[in-house]
Design a protein around this ligand. Structure first.
Ligand code: ZN
Length: 448
């Protein structure tokens, strides 16, 4: 389930958010959360972001042709348009704005043709550059980092990833994703993969806590037109809770600080060939202690792309997008996501999720299940990232299966013989990975 910062400067969205929250839509996975204005206004950096290091892009000179660059900009990353001075594509170069204030630009030189491209510098390995599979296991030599979404445990209520039906066991997304990750890890290791965890407990990765962000939270609210923000939420259904220092400092902790910390772990410590972000989806459930259950259930996967024009205005987001584009992660993560999606669709029989608007996502690939979207994790992890969103936790079907817990074999759930939802999730991801890497690595090097 994903809710993220979009459009920090858009006052009308801020109003929509406040209006929506009054209708109990806060828990809807498609609600675009408006969030704070950049405070480092002079540097034009997004929340808790770091100053872009444009000089590293020098390593990507002449690694991409004009047509490849234009395709990725127009069809993947900037599908919602952008201010004309941000990226100007010419015949032999692209001119990318580094800072509007200083009017400095980075010039990217294109390769003359596909045969003239210099190698792309990167730490991860695409499937085709892994050694041929031969008689080895299908995932041998592959390093995969598993990123179970959210925190769970005692943080689940704060994260708004918690609901409880009557006296039944509460559903906490962060606990469910960790459970899937642990099953998945052992399956992947059996197939030869080297597996690490971005998170492997119900404690945060970041050392910061909400109280560390109180002052920042206050400034954000003031900048967003709440001149004297209240300190605390009055009650859980307080319609104006987004306007309290408590709520803003919590979100700075569990989303922004936590995901940026995970990114540092992925980029500087784990160096995987692939990150799998594991989530469960939800539909608006209203009051978490008396949640709405629904018959709607679906599946989709996300890869990075589809930046909003407002997001591209931030110098760090624009830089991170260009760096990601030039790393060519998309060429690996799109076919991977499509292949995993097909395996998950086959195993779960879930229909594809259709976003209610095309304002923040762009459908990509061929499976019908994959969207491009600019999330913190998909943007910041510097390798291919496939972000899985199967199952609506508050659907009647998924809820019954979650309550049934993990078990071997099959059991009758609502009159149908089913695997445990955790094993079905893990097994279907494994099937997709085996399909993708077996095909990509084939039987080269004189194997079978
Ligand atoms: Zn989630």
């Amino acid at each position: 389930m994903t809710k993220e910062c979009r459009s920090p400067n858009d006052k009308s969205l801020w109003r929509d958010l406040r209006k929506a929250s009054r209708f109990g839509l806060r828990h809807s996975s498609f609600l675009l959360l408006l969030f704070p204005l950049a405070l480092q206004a002079a540097e034009n950096i997004s929340v808790l972001g770091s100053k872009p290091r444009w000089e590293v892009l020098e390593d990507y000179q002449q690694t991409i042709t004009h047509d490849e660059f234009a395709h990725l900009i127009n069809d993947v990353y900037c599908t919602h348009g952008l201010a004309p001075d941000l990226i100007e594509i010419k015949d032999d170069t692209a001119r990318i704005l580094m800072s509007r204030e200083t009017q400095k630009f980075f010039t990217l030189r294109f390769a003359a043709g596909t045969g003239d491209r210099k190698p792309v510098p990167r730490l991860w390995r695409p499937a085709k550059s892994l050694p041929g599979m031969g008689r080895e296991k299908p995932l041998s030599g592959l390093t995969i980092a598993l990123d179970p979404g959210h925190l769970g445990g005692k943080w689940a209520k704060m994260e708004e990833r918690w609901f409880q039906v009557g006296d039944s066991k509460p559903v906490q997304e962060g606990d469910l994703t960790l459970r899937v990750a642990r099953i998945l890890a052992s399956r992947l290791r059996e197939l030869g993969a080297k597996v690490s965890f971005v998170r492997n407990s119900d404690e945060p990765t970041t050392v910061k806590r909400p109280d560390d962000f109180r002052e920042l939270a206050r400034k954000i609210l003031v900048t967003n037109g709440v001149p004297q923000p209240r300190t605390d939420v009055l009650d859980p259904n307080d319609p104006a809770q987004e306007q309290t220092i408590r709520w803003q400092s919590e979100i700075l902790f569990y989303r922004y600080s936590e995901i940026r910390r995970r990114a540092a772990r992925v980029n500087f410590k784990l160096h995987p060939d692939l990150v799998l972000c594991l989530h469960f989806n939800a539909e608006g459930w209203g009051d978490p202690s008396s949640p709405t259950l629904t018959d709607t259930n679906h599946l989709h996967l996300l890869v990075n792309g589809s930046y909003l024009a407002e997001e591209l205005e931030f110098d760090d987001e624009r830089f991170e997008m260009i760096r990601r584009l030039l790393s060519r992660a998309y060429e690996e993560e799109l076919p991977l996501a499509d292949t995993i999606a097909m395996a998950m669709a086959h195993e779960t029989a879930l229909p594809p999720y259709a976003y209610p608007t095309t304002n923040s996502t762009t459908k990509v690939g061929t499976s019908g299940y994959v969207y491009a979207r600019n999330l913190l994790a998909t943007r910041l992890y510097r390798c291919p990232v496939v972000y899985c969103e199967p199952y609506v936790m508050n659907s009647n079907d998924a809820f019954a299966r979650i309550e049934a817990g993990d078990y071997e074999g099959t059991r009758s759930i609502n009159g149908v013989e089913r695997k445990s939802i955790f094993r079905e999730y893990a097994d279907s991801v494994v099937d997709g990975l085996v399909d993708y890497y077996s095909t990509a690595r084939g039987t080269r090097n004189g194997g079978l």
